[in-house]
Design a binder for this molecule. Structure first.
Ligand SMILES: Cc1cc2nc3c(=O)[nH]c(=O)nc-3n(C[C@H](O)[C@H](O)[C@H](O)COP(=O)(O)O)c2cc1C
Length: 486
């Protein structure tokens, strides 16, 4: 052909191919698999590297390749869909599959607790943790004012779920505006012998006598300090002491404890079991030590004098000793090296509920300058089963005889009544205080009732152990629905 004499060598991926004998290739040239072929206007012209493939084999290979493509694409879609589903707190798999599965795999409730904490911690590191995906708080409908902060919602996670501050961020990702870590003690202590946590599944309740097992305030301070330093570095505030100080002084524009806009981190402190409760100076030193170490990393310091599992602890709620301890704590919290100081709350027992006891606590709160009260904690009582008249299975009747604090929905009515009493008492004294409610809150309706009774935040623990990682999201959704009804 005349055209062939004008052809130049063809270059494909840097290799020169002779073009003599071919029709001119002026438009598209391509290499397919091992063969290279020249195409012109969509028509295959020649292939020189290997012999031509029979059309049937080519069709088969194309079909196989297409099949593989479809399979891989489907796999990616399934994994991606699975990832978005499982990591979304709205997924019912958390409540109806994961929780029963965990109970089945870990018959001991403490093992399940430990496994849950480890799982959340590791999943968070991998970015695979459950989270609120469409940030439902964005609508501002649940916003509330607490200690001068505008919180994104009035729901909190109570103390004891994250005893060693292993997972504050994964817990915040579940949607609460307040996360309370601890209780921690000055020195590490083991707590009571195991088993020490028991489920009452029919009641969605628990009995625990952990006894404030703690890795100690120094350990928690290290963990929280590292968290602040990592945050400072990641957000361009520098490293080490300098970066930490800038964040703690509020330069990042977020609360120094939670490190999240519209959220607060509470750190709970307690005394060591071996510190004699009769020696109030020593007890105060215990609390103050914890505050010195931990308050820099907290938005709220919570004083625990209400755990039923540390002998003599609840006796510290008597007005005299409580005033002394709280004065020590408030002084220490105000003395920390940080621009804004943490607020101080005291967590009280639902069992110390006589007028005299409530009066005594209110007096201590007022005298010491404490900012608020968390009402209440687990109870030493054994409330009647729900629904009314329900007879517990034999095994659960035996569980009821275990020593320890009872928690779960059966506490709810007493919690609301006690919140209301504290609110009225503070109001009558002319010094209103911030109240958080803790005890039996399981639904949005109950959260709303606790808020209506005078609480600023409704906290949950046991409901989360039975409802799984979607519980906070569900309760907030129900809360929105409650408010729309009004
Ligand atoms: C297993 C377990 C451990 C707890 N540990 C603590 C704790 O360390 N400090 C504390 O103040 N309360 C602790 N609590 C009490 C809860 O914070 C909460 O006040 C109580 O359970 C009532 O709320 P709920 O019915 O929503 O669980 C614990 C509760 C449970 C079930």
């Amino acid at each position: 052909m005349a055209a062939s004499s004008t052809l130049r060598p063809l270059r494909l991926r840097g290799v020169a191919f002779p073009t003599s004998g071919l029709v001119s290739c002026q438009r598209t040239c391509s290499v397919r698999g091992n063969n290279w072929s020249l195409w012109h206007s969509g028509k295959r012209l020649a292939s020189t590297a290997t012999p031509m493939t029979p059309p049937a084999a080519t069709a088969k290979r194309t079909k196989n390749a297409f099949g593989k493509y479809v399979f891989r694409a489907s796999l990616v879609l399934v994994l991606l869909g699975g990832y978005f589903y499982v990591t979304d707190t709205r997924a019912s798999v958390h409540r109806y599959v994961i929780v029963p599965l965990v109970r089945w795999v870990y018959p001991d409730a403490e093992d399940a607790h430990h496994a849950g904490v480890v799982a959340l911690k590791e999943l968070y590191k991998l970015g695979l943790h459950p989270r609120e995906r469409d940030t439902p708080d964005r609508d501002g409908k649940l916003e509330t004012q607490v200690f001068g902060y505008t919180l994104s919602n009035p729901i909190g996670i109570s103390g004891g779920l994250d005893k060693h501050a292993d997972i504050p961020d994964p817990l915040f990702a579940l949607g609460p505006a307040v996360v309370e870590v601890g209780g921690t003690t000055p020195l590490p202590q083991d707590g009571n012998p195991k088993p020490r946590v028991f489920r009452l599944v029919s009641q969605a309740a628990m009995i625990n006598r952990y006894g404030l097992n703690s890795k100690g305030a120094d350990h928690m301070a290290e963990v929280l300090q590292k968290r602040v330093r990592d945050f400072a570095f990641a957000h361009g505030f520098g490293e080490h002491d300098a970066g930490e100080q800038r964040v703690l002084n509020g330069e990042a524009g977020v609360p120094p404890g939670s490190l999240l806009d519209g959220k607060l981190l509470a750190v709970q402190v307690a005394k060591n079991k071996l510190t004699p409760e009769s020696d109030i100076a020593a007890v105060t030193r215990d609390y103050v030590y914890c505050v010195d170490r931990l308050a820099p990393y907290a938005d709220i310091v919570v004083v625990n004098v209400s755990s039923p599992n540390t002998p003599g602890l609840r006796g510290l709620q008597a007005a005299g000793p409580l005033t002394e301890i709280l004065k020590g704590v408030v002084g220490a919290a105000r003395g920390i090296d940080r621009k804004s100081k943490p607020f101080v709350m005291v967590k009280v027992s639902p069992d110390e509920d006589s007028d005299e006891q409530v009066d005594g606590i209110c007096h201590a709160v007022r005298e010491s300058g404490v900012d608020g009260v968390i009402v209440g904690n687990t109870t030493n009582h054994r409330p009647s089963p729900l629904p009314k008249g329900y007879v517990l299975p034999i095994k659960e009747q035996q569980t009821l005889t275990e020593t320890g604090g009872y928690s779960g929905p059966q506490l709810f009515e007493r919690t609301v009544a006690l919140v209301s009493r504290y609110k009225d008492k503070f109001a009558a004294e002319g010094s209103p205080k911030t109240i958080f409610a803790s005890g039996g809150i399981t639904t949005g309706k109950q959260a709303q009732a606790a808020l209506d009774a005078g609480a600023s935040v409704a906290m949950m623990y046991t409901a989360i152990t039975y409802g799984g990682s979607g519980t906070v999201t569900r309760v907030k959704k129900e809360l929105r629905e409650e408010r729309e009804k009004k």
